[in-house]
Ligand binder design. Structure first.
Ligand SMILES: [Zn+2]
Length: 100
């Protein structure tokens, strides 16, 4: 269950990167069975999101310090290959998850 839950969390974030309300709503719809998304489709969406998500966080998809293009699949906390600037993805707010 843990891996599926993780994938599900990544999926709703990929579909609604900056909208936590939409993420929660989509999560609920999937958990309730109102929306059925095959795992492969989720994986594909998540993969595509991770490929470009960091580029989308920065102007022109470039390092703000040196202007080097941000590579595909740059992850949270990765360094710029050119100047060692650390990239951060839009922050998830853990407190936004309702306790029940
Ligand atoms: Zn840089």
């Amino acid at each position: 269950m843990g891996m599926v839950k993780r994938l599900l969390e990544d999926y709703v974030q990929a579909v609604h990167p900056h909208d936590f309300d939409e993420q929660d709503a989509l999560m609920e719809d999937i958990c309730n069975g109102n929306i059925v998304v095959p795992l492969e489709a989720m994986s594909a969406t998540v993969d595509e999101y991770k490929k470009h998500s960091m580029q989308a966080e920065y102007d022109n998809g470039e390092c703000p310090d040196c202007g080097e293009p941000i590579p595909d699949y740059t992850d949270d906390g990765d360094n710029c290959t050119n100047c060692e600037h650390v990239f951060y993805r839009y922050r998830e707010n853990d407190d936004a998850v309702p306790s029940e």
